[in-house]
Ligand binder design. Structure first.
Ligand SMILES: [Fe+2]
Ligand SMILES: [Fe+2]
Length: 192
């Protein structure tokens, strides 16, 4: 077998900084914590974007909680259980986003002032069980679109935020699927 020269292997490696440069960069601006000089995204824009995502998640928590208690009141136990599970997952998304904002040296905005305006999704109470499920599905579809756009905006400039948003996106897609199955199930029920 033909041996490969080290020079050829090196030329195939991605362009990495040498050890000295890496160490120098790490020592500079140490107060920036996890944000190093190699951070390629516009940090302020990313924080603003993440704060909008945080508001969206918080509005979704509130809407799902309202729907959970309303559905529980009309004895729709399986649907109520789904709403409650989604509320908990939206809260965990909010926590992930807030933690990332801190890592990026920003401040997570939990203020109720202007919360609905900062959120992409809306807080709609819904007038029936079906109406609630529909509104939740619409909100999930909004979240899916906005997370997809955020992921595309980031590209490879901030891999950690990128990966977190991809995980959240996958979860929102599951939520949308759960809700559309519930709606489908109701159609069968209505036929009886
Ligand atoms: Fe979420
Ligand atoms: Fe969701």
């Amino acid at each position: 077998m033909k041996s490969i020269a080290l020079k050829d292997v090196r030329s195939k490696l991605p362009p990495l900084s040498d050890i000295k440069t890496l160490r120098e960069h790490a020592r500079k601006d140490i107060e920036n914590g996890a944000v190093t000089s190699g951070y390629a995204a516009d940090r302020k824009n990313v924080i603003t974007m993440l704060n909008e995502a945080l508001a969206t998640e918080l509005v979704c928590v509130l809407r799902y909680k309202r729907h959970y208690f309303m559905a529980a009141g009309i004895h729709a136990a399986p649907v109520a259980a789904e709403f409650l599970a989604h509320a908990a997952e939206e809260m965990s998304h909010a926590d992930l986003i807030a933690k990332r904002i801190i890592e990026l040296r920003g401040e997570p905005n939990f203020s109720p002032d202007g919360l609905a305006a900062r959120s992409h999704a809306e807080y709609v109470e819904g007038d029936s069980l079906k109406g609630m499920i529909k509104e939740d599905l619409i909100a999930e579809r909004i979240a899916i679109e906005s997370y997809r756009e955020m992921i595309a905006y980031l590209g490879d400039q901030d891999p950690t935020t990128h990966r977190m948003l991809e995980e959240i996106l996958a979860s929102e897609e599951e939520h949308a699927e759960d809700l559309s199955s519930l709606l489908e199930g109701m159609k069968d029920y209505e036929k009886l």
